[in-house]
Design a protein around this ligand. Sequence first.
Ligand code: MEV
Length: 301
Amino acid sequence: MDAVTRGPGGRVQAFAPGKLILLGEHAVVYGHPAVAIAVDRGTTVELSPVDGPSRVLRADIPGAEGDPRLAAAVASQVPARGVGVTIRSTLPVGRGMGSSGALAVALVRAAAAWQGRQADLDECIQRGFQVERIFHGTPSGLDHSVSARGGALAYRRGPDGPVLSPLQVAALPLVVLDTGLAGDTATLVAAVRARRPAVDPALAAIGALVTALLPALATGDLPTLGRGFTENQRLLQAIGVSTPEIEALVAFALAQGAHGAKLAGAGGGGVVIALHPEPDALLRAARERGVPAFSVGVWPG
Ligand code: MEV
């Protein structure tokens, strides 16, 4: 699907994908590297002409019902009058799959198309960050950057701004297991910040792990990568963002033969990603246990 399409009656529609962080969440907020992929699920924003003040006509975003940040996000990107906004998303809120980052980028793309132009990568990242701040307070910028760029990305927040390095990542047999619970990114990031400097060694260890695993990501060395996932999970648990439900799904994936598993995103609920030599077997086992599970593809960059 094209990122932007035009319809009858002056309508414009823009899409942006969600993401999964393979390694490095939370540490990335403090300048350490992280790796993420854009996924083949996402958010579509449609803008259409209306009389009077601009407003959200409909928002089908699982878990976002009544979220006041939605109107603020829309107001930050679309003109104050004349625009009706319809949002559809296949990314549930608070599951670590980048629902706000995808919304941010889709909004920026749609607002530019409304003006008859195309938003380039820089604009998606700059303006998308305004939206991410509305949702997440002090985000690293990783989520909406990978949504804007697509593909796989190493990301670091440098002193002069974000450093994005597109990555060649081998095809990974990833299974996503959903705790069914939402975590609030802003709250979790603030909680980690409050635990500094005690958690700084764990954050640095996450950063070092990401760097050490880049070759395994490129070659698809699944056993090494899997051990890295599980070690990253242990460090995320140490900084206080895991939960019993996440730990149970990680243990379940490992017991089913996964190379490794970890939470993905801010934690406090959300999804677990597992690398499994036979993803279909893990998907079946998860369904038998009543755990929502699915596989994802990479949305191309
Ligand atoms: C949330 O998807 C990822 C975090 O690292 C926060 C951020 O990078 O802004 C927890």
